[in-house]
Write a protein that binds this ligand. Structure first.
Ligand code: MN
Length: 251
């Protein structure tokens, strides 16, 4: 079995190395990740600039490929021929939880989505940055989960979004996406030539812990959260209502 390991924190991030080490007990591992941190890069497909893939060496001597493309590009390049076989894609271990609407921003999760586009089973794995990223627990659990996924398979166009709590997990909860509460603030400054420039600043997002059964509720209650995510983003429950709007072209 051949496992492609990627991330969005960059190929030199500690999370990808510990993940690759744990998964090497499960199958052959190829690391193919962005050279730089691409957190919140989203599901970007690079079509207008050339992509390079260079062989690099990680701190423990492991070989990896680094690219200037997005996390999703790493999966696409691998599938398009840069890696001989890919049976499973595992993305992470991200150093910040990916919960609720984070999935739309996350390079970690969108790399797994790219795998799902290609019909490959995929996992996205994230931990909390504070107080200490729980990397060892997350890596060990991911290796276990990878074995299950390879033995049982996943439904079409489906990935598993895994978030690991701080400390020793109380157990595993199968969850739905919760609600993130963003605390973004506009930081406005002036360049040396008098022109304004902006940062999206503010505090790290929180969530709604009272949403029982959600990803945020699970990790903040001390459980590993596994959300099965499908690429079909249709709001099925709204289709009949929308039908009743009676929309017609050209009116
Ligand atoms: Mn990241």
């Amino acid at each position: 079995m051949h496992i492609l390991v990627t991330n969005d924190d960059g190929v030199y991030a500690p999370g990808i190395l510990i993940l690759a080490q744990a998964l090497s007990e499960v199958g052959d591992v190829t690391i193919f990740a962005p050279r730089e941190n691409q957190s919140a890069a989203g599901h970007r497909k690079t079509l207008r600039t050339p992509l390079r893939a260079d062989k690099v060496t990680l701190p423990d001597g492991t070989s990896a490929f680094a690219t200037d493309g997005s996390p999703a590009d790493c999966v696409a390049l691998a599938k398009l021929g840069l890696v001989d076989t890919v049976d499973l894609v595992v993305s992470g271990i991200n150093n910040t939880w990916n919960l609720g609407q984070d999935l739309t921003y996350s390079g970690t999760v969108t790399a797994a989505m790219e795998a799902a586009v290609w019909g490959l089973p995929a996992l996205a794995v994230s931990v909390n940055r504070h107080p200490e990223p729980n990397l060892e627990v997350a890596a060990k659990f991911t290796a276990r989960l990878a074995r299950e996924v390879m033995a049982r398979g996943l439904p079409r166009h489906t990935l598993l979004n895994v978030n690991v709590p701080d400390g020793t997990p109380k157990g595993v909860k199968i969850t739905r996406q919760g609600t993130r509460v963003y605390r973004d603030e506009l930081v406005s400054r002036e360049d040396p030539y008098g022109r304004a420039y902006y940062w999206i600043g503010g505090d790290v997002p929180t969530g709604l812990p009272e949403e029982e059964g959600s990803d945020f509720w699970a990790v903040t209650s001390g459980y590993v959260s596994i959300t099965p995510v499908n690429l079909d983003m249709t709001q099925h429950g709204f289709m009949a209502d929308l039908e009743r709007w009676g929309l017609k072209p050209g009116e």
